[in-house]
Design a protein around this ligand. Structure first.
Ligand code: 5AD
Length: 352
């Protein structure tokens, strides 16, 4: 294992499934250190030093789905629901542009209130007014809708597959189908989006082998943005039953998430890899910084208006930062903690 990691960093290495599993399971501090170093060098070589910051706007917490782990699930009565108008969303983008953001992520539960035409109008309004990149994270949609939004100017689309273990996927998503998820990702790539996927780590019943498959799936689909964060239990969601006879389930520990970040970087050298927000929940002060030092090159900051921000409760969190008012200081802190500049570009995938 060490020999692969120690090879000339300019030589491209490929990890096979059993090597990935070995790396996921190892607790040898020397191998882990080499893994992080290797990933950090690859990040520097293929992506450069810049950190790309995204302004995240969670504009509605209504959702028609019932995903077991998620606080937005339609069956959750303990959540106060909100929607922003398209004017409010546009105003938030406008403030974000002034604060220095170059990419905006428009994210919500799967909320049919916003028609295809409303979203189209919003995309066109933003793209005609500002030179920014736009990412959508609006769940599974028909091919024709995704194509239209791309034509309207949306650059990127996030649709996490959450787990490649089809059985686990089925148990977690009573109203979704695994193969539709994968087909959607293929469609997004074909339509021309920079396409994001990702998984939750530490799901009940999740195995090392399935995580290796997730990583291989990212590589096989040539996923452009890979976001892997810890699963955090939300007490307003049902307890997820585990399959009792499968041994050695993985835990959502920070160190394990860094490993996955590093392996993803080795597998897709120029991908956009965020240090996920959920990581701050388990490793508050150093989580994101550590991820940036072992392969990650993207940070998402929540700029949802403060009146509603705390209501986007996918999982319990305490995030008191104001991504607009504190933008300058947040950007500076990123540079101070990593020694790397915050990008002033749109931050598209570099492509080899
Ligand atoms: N813990 C961590 N991440 C979660 N998500 C949803 N619920 C949780 C949770 N309990 C993430 C999933 C999903 C996105 C909406 O948020 O990755 O894709």
């Amino acid at each position: 294992m060490l020999t692969i990691l120690n090879e000339d960093p300019h030589k491209r290495i490929e990890l096979n499934r059993s090597q990935i599993i070995d790396l996921l399971k190892t607790d040898d501090p020397y191998i882990i250190k080499e893994l992080y170093n290797r990933a950090n060098k690859i990040r520097a070589r293929y992506c450069g030093e810049e950190i790309h910051v995204r302004g995240l706007i969670n504009f509605s917490n209504y959702c028609k789905r019932a995903c077991l782990y998620c606080g937005l699930r339609k069956n959750n009565k303990n959540i106060q629901r909100y929607r922003l108008t398209t004017d409010q969303i546009f105003a938030t983008v406008s403030k974000g542009v002034t604060a220095g953001y170059k990419t905006f992520v428009l994210q919500s539960g799967e909320d049919p209130y916003y028609t295809d035409e409303m979203v189209s109008g919003l995309i066109r309004m933003i793209k005609s007014k500002f030179s920014v990149a736009l990412t959508l994270s609006l769940g599974e949609r028909p091919y024709s809708t995704l194509k239209k939004w791309r034509e309207d100017g949306a650059d990127r689309y996030l649709l996490k597959h959450e787990t490649s273990d089809a059985g686990l996927y089925r148990r977690l998503h009573p109203d979704l189908e695994f193969h539709n998820r994968i087909t959607s990702l293929i469609n997004l790539k074909e339509i021309g989006y920079q396409t994001g996927s990702g998984i939750m780590i530490g799901l009940p019943g999740q195995t090392y082998e399935s995580i290796a498959d997730d990583i291989i799936l990212f590589r096989n689909l040539d996923i452009d943005m890979i976001g892997c964060g810890p699963y955090i239990y939300n007490p307003d969601t049902p307890k997820i039953k585990t399959t009792p006879n499968r041994k050695k389930y993985i835990q959502p520990e920070a160190e394990f998430i860094y490993k996955i970040t590093a392996i993803n970087r080795i597998m897709i050298k120029d991908a956009l890899i965020p240090a996920t927000t959920a990581l701050t929940t388990i490793e508050e002060t150093t989580g994101q910084k550590n991820a940036l030092l072992c392969g990650a090159n993207v940070i998402m900051l929540d700029i949802t208006p403060l009146e509603v921000k705390h209501l986007y409760k996918i999982y319990p969190k305490k995030d008191f930062i104001d991504g607009i008012k504190d933008a300058e200081i947040l950007f500076q802190n990123l540079t101070i903690s990593t020694g790397r500049p915050v990008s002033k570009t749109l931050g598209h995938r570099a492509h080899l």
